[in-house]
Design a protein around this ligand. Structure first.
Ligand SMILES: [Zn+2]
Length: 434
């Protein structure tokens, strides 16, 4: 198992390892990376080290995007001559312009190293046949997983460029035992299998599902729904194109560990930029230690997480554990009468209600007040709007308007799900619900 001795280390051992890697990385960037030379021009070199980590400037996605806009196509966050880079990927661009990222042969190996930890933690073995149900394209998750699985010795079934029906048929016919895709798509595939008359329990052998590309697999109700449909154990893997494959859920499945051999994680107050104590939600800030060709130092992910106090997990690892994984995007937070809510909270509730299909959360403004409207597909044929409204009031402490929609009428997703619609800056109000 890769990094096995590092996964159970003491705080002192972790800090010594991170300090050595971080300080070496900073020295390289100060001499070779134009972006970081510019970012750090006013910081005394003696303050640019692990011991003064909290003083090192943050890296913002907006800054990297601006850099690529003014210095196209790749910007100046390049530690080596362009000829040394072999892989190009980009972020999904869900919230604007995609960020382009490049890797050298060495950092591409590093991606694969990080994936070995994820595969180990989920219990994948070289005997497994693994379906990668992502589209071909510049999404790094597909290619890094592909590379890692080959190295791991598993049989890779590439589902890029196929329809859902073709992917299902291939999984059934070739006896796929592991499925890697977004959590939304695992549910979508199960829905299509049902429409095609396939029986997931009888016709399929999937025993493990690993989910990347969006949060969801860390939410207990969603995880249970996927596990029940597929008869499999479900694992969460948060990662990001500009950061790396940084997180994974273990067999304890009580959250997401950070791979602290390769990443330094901090949790900060998004308003002040200062560290928050364990147990308090804050923004995840990450530094990748093994991608010196295109690094991020103290990168503001905008993801909200809650770190548990340091402890030894029941899986044996001492690596930082984020309770519930990624809880939501900071930008998506809605404040209803003083209560902060993330759209993922609705997933956590609705996936636990039988016979609810897709849903959509719309935030809107009623004058100065933020409000939430929820559309959900009711497969039961009854009107359960009031019942669901009460459930949300009990669990979240807020009132929302709820409207039932016909089965199959709300959008389906193959990659990142877009179940949250932000209409807070538009003149919009839901149709009155009877
Ligand atoms: Zn664990």
């Amino acid at each position: 198992m890769l990094h096995e001795n590092l996964q159970t280390w003491s705080d002192a051992a972790r800090q010594a390892h991170q300090a050595r890697r971080f300080d070496r990385l900073v020295r390289t960037l100060r001499s070779q990376n134009a972006w970081f030379q510019a970012q750090w021009k006013d910081v005394p070199p003696a303050r640019l080290d692990y011991a003064h980590l909290a003083e090192v400037p943050f890296t913002l996605k907006s800054g990297l995007l601006d850099d690529q806009k003014h210095d196209p196509p790749f910007g100046s966050n390049l530690t080596y001559p362009l000829s040394q880079y072999i892989r190009f990927h980009q972020t999904s661009g869900t919230s604007g312009t995609p960020l382009r990222v490049l890797d050298t042969a060495r950092s591409w190996d590093w991606w694969s190293d990080c994936w070995q930890v994820i595969l180990d933690a989920a219990g994948v073995t070289p005997d497994d046949r693994v379906m990668l149900a992502f589209s071909f394209g510049p999404f790094v998750g597909f290619w890094s997983a592909h590379e890692a699985l080959q190295r791991y010795g598993a049989l890779v079934l590439t589902g890029g460029g196929m329809t859902s029906q073709q992917r299902l048929a291939m999984m059934r016919d070739l006896g796929a035992t592991v499925l890697i895709c977004t959590p939304s798509y695992a549910l979508r595939l199960a829905e299509i299998a049902g429409e095609q008359g396939m029986d997931l329990a009888r016709d399929f052998q999937v025993r493990i599902t690993i989910h990347a590309g969006e949060p969801g697999a860390g939410i207990p109700a969603t995880r249970e729904r996927i596990e029940t449909l597929w008869g499999a154990k479900t694992f969460d893997h948060p990662g990001a194109s500009e950061v790396g494959a940084f997180g994974f859920s273990c067999t304890a499945r009580n959250g997401v560990h950070i791979n602290e051999a390769e990443f330094i994680a901090e949790v900060i107050d998004p308003e002040t930029g200062l560290a928050v104590p364990p147990g308090i939600p804050g923004e995840l800030v990450l530094t990748n230690l093994g991608r010196e060709c295109f690094p991020v130092i103290r990168y503001r992910t905008r993801d909200i997480v809650k770190a548990l106090p340091r402890h030894t997990c029941s899986c044996g690892r001492t690596w930082l554990l984020l309770e519930g994984g990624i809880l939501g995007r900071w930008d998506d937070m809605i404040t209803v009468r003083g209560v902060n809510v993330f759209p993922s909270a609705f997933l956590a509730i609705l996936d636990g209600v039988p016979e609810v299909g897709e849903h959509r959360v719309t935030a809107w403004s009623d004058g100065a007040m933020e409000q939430i409207h929820l559309d959900y597909e009711d497969l039961s044929g009854r009107d359960r709007g009031d019942e669901i409204g009460v459930l949300i009031r009990e669990k979240l402490g807020i009132r929302v308007t709820v409207a039932g929609a016909a089965p199959g009428s709300l959008p389906r997703f193959e990659a990142k799900a877009k179940r949250f619609v932000d209409r807070r800056k538009e003149p919009w109000a839901p149709e009155p619900v009877n």
